[in-house]
Write a protein that binds this ligand. Structure first.
Ligand SMILES: [Zn+2]
Ligand SMILES: [Zn+2]
Length: 68
């Protein structure tokens, strides 16, 4: 928890846990997430990179709950 890479793509910008987004490799866990276009826009505006799977799941659940 002492070192926090900022420009690196190795930590989730939301929870800080180490993870690797494979968006540059054309393969990433975020691709499997059924995020709504609105949520994707929100994430793009809020974070520079995509988030870890746990955070994506949380946000997805929150968005789903908010729609009810
Ligand atoms: Zn995270
Ligand atoms: Zn990703």
């Amino acid at each position: 928890m002492s070192s926090q890479p900022s420009s690196d793509n190795s930590a989730c910008p939301r929870c800080g846990l180490p993870f690797h987004c494979g968006v540059a490799d054309a393969r990433c866990d975020c691709f499997d997430m059924q995020l709504t276009p609105g949520l994707r826009e929100q994430l793009a505006a809020q974070y520079r990179s995509c988030l870890c799977v746990a955070c994506l799941k949380q946000l997805k659940d929150q968005a789903a709950a908010a729609q009810q």
